[in-house]
Design a protein around this ligand. Structure first.
Ligand SMILES: Cc1cc2nc3c(=O)[nH]c(=O)nc-3n(C[C@H](O)[C@H](O)[C@H](O)COP(=O)(O)OP(=O)(O)OC[C@H]3O[C@@H](n4cnc5c(N)ncnc54)[C@H](O)[C@@H]3O)c2cc1C
Length: 396
């Protein structure tokens, strides 16, 4: 196989998963991650359909199952914490649900002995020549690679450097989300409680066997101009947006100040006309972010990594053939997953009091609605909207 030296930007989910498979196919991947260490945080992420089969092929399914959230019911409450409607466990979670940070850790641990990880650095330049790529870094010396893969998320630097400005490819769905770890002060037992005011959703659910909880803030808004690296500014945006909102909001906002893993982002999708340019390709959110409202981001990242590495191996390292085949396999799947998120927002962040009442009534009636099964099976259908090929590996 040619083109074995592969640089991957980003050690979230897609990056380590890709490194795993590239190593299995006989490559020598290097992963560069901007954060000084693996990033914990984020909420529970779901696996559905094909991604479960990939985890199984990685030999990691048992480990992921052992760290599963085992989340129970979510109760929607009024400002006095009185239950309005209860949704069953199957409603929010996929076939298997795990905290994003736990997944990232499992993937990192499965690859750290075979893959070079460089933390605390980032790519600043990519010079794609006919016979290789010269890469420059914020801190390290320039290095030569055969291929460069951007697995650096929604705001991918590789994509900006090689494909052009983010604004050309980003479709905002009109919402922002913040998630962070807080003490489980409500004593929730594998359960969540959510509260709504128009255009605002506040939630908290227990995590890591109730040892802690995740607070979640969603709001509807047009695009906000903020610095993605300025966490203080992002905290202020959340505080100002939720000022005066009832229920447990002020306690959770106070806890936000101490949160070790504050996360804030827009609910956005990435739509590209091609997932590669020359010797550079994208995977995961960088290529086809589906937005948190889809519940499919992690499945897409895991499956995308499997397919990209597999196609490279199947093409004997011929990146032109491999990148083309990767796109052919993934594009339809990515589109189905992205579609799931569109129009979903109003159910999760109802814009008016009328919408909140209507949503709660629908959830109450859901067990009796004839189309209940259709609604429940939509995400599963999306998760299976790709037929996985078998790719022979060079290493066990
Ligand atoms: C801390 C965190 C919390 C998240 N929380 C949620 C959540 O609650 N809900 C949800 O739906 N999605 C969340 N996401 C996104 C979710 O992880 C992805 O949608 C999905 O898992 C696909 O993973 P990915 O590897 O493509 O992207 P990501 O998981 O976003 O990983 C991208 C990685 O690239 C790194 N990176 C970024 N820029 C550079 C650079 N220039 N150079 C090197 N490395 C770089 C990031 O630090 C990150 O580790 C979160 C992402 C992160 C990083």
């Amino acid at each position: 196989m040619t083109n074995r030296r592969v640089l991957i930007s980003g050690a979230g989910v897609a990056g380590p998963a890709l490194a795993f498979w590239l190593h299995r196919h006989g490559c020598t991947p290097t992963v560069v991650e901007r954060a000084p260490e693996l990033r914990d945080g984020g909420y529970a992420v779901d696996f559905r359909g094909a991604s479960l089969r990939v985890l199984d092929r990685m030999g990691l399914l048992e480990q992921v199952e052992a760290a599963a959230t085992r989340m129970g019911e979510v109760t929607y409450v009024d400002s006095e914490d009185r239950p309005l409607v209860v949704t069953p466990p199957t409603f929010q979670s996929g076939e298997l649900e795990i905290m994003r940070g736990d997944l990232s850790r499992i993937l990192h641990e499965a690859t750290m002995d075979d893959v070079e990880y460089v933390f605390g650095d980032a790519i600043t330049g990519v010079l794609d020549r006919d016979d290789g790529v010269t890469v420059t870094f914020e801190h390290g010396a320039p290095r030569e690679f055969d291929l460069v893969i951007g697995a650096d998320g929604l705001h991918s630097t590789v994509r900006s450097l090689v494909f052009g400005d983010e604004s050309w490819y980003r479709r905002d769905l009109g919402y922002h989300v913040s998630i962070f770890t807080v003490p489980n002060h409500l004593g929730l037992d594998h359960a969540g409680r959510f509260y709504n005011e128009p255009n605002r959703t506040v939630g908290v659910y227990s995590a890591r066997d109730n040892a802690e909880a995740k607070a979640l803030f969603w709001f509807g808004s047009p695009p906000i101009d903020y610095d993605p690296r300025d966490v203080e500014q992002q905290r202020r945006i959340v505080e100002e947006t939720f000022e005066g909102v009832g229920w447990e909001t002020s306690t959770l906002l106070e806890a936000m100040r101490e949160a070790p893993d504050f996360y804030f982002d827009s609910a956005s999708q990435i739509v590209l006309d091609s997932y590669s340019r020359g010797r550079v390709a994208l995977v995961g959110d960088a290529a086809y972010c589906a937005a948190p409202l889809s519940g499919m981001g992690t499945s897409l990242a895991i499956v995308g990594a499997y397919v990209l590495a597999g196609e490279l191996a199947a093409a004997g390292g011929d990146h032109r053939r491999a990148f083309g085949a990767y796109e052919t396999e993934m594009r339809g799947f990515a589109e189905v997953c992205q579609k799931l998120a569109q129009g979903n927002g109003k159910w999760f962040v109802p814009p008016t009091r009328g919408w909140i009442r209507m949503r709660n009534l629908n959830y109450k009636l859901l067990p009796y609605l004839p189309w209940r099964k259709v609604i429940e099976e939509l995400p599963l259908k999306a998760g299976n909207a790709i037929t996985l090929k078998e790719y022979a590996t060079a290493r066990a």
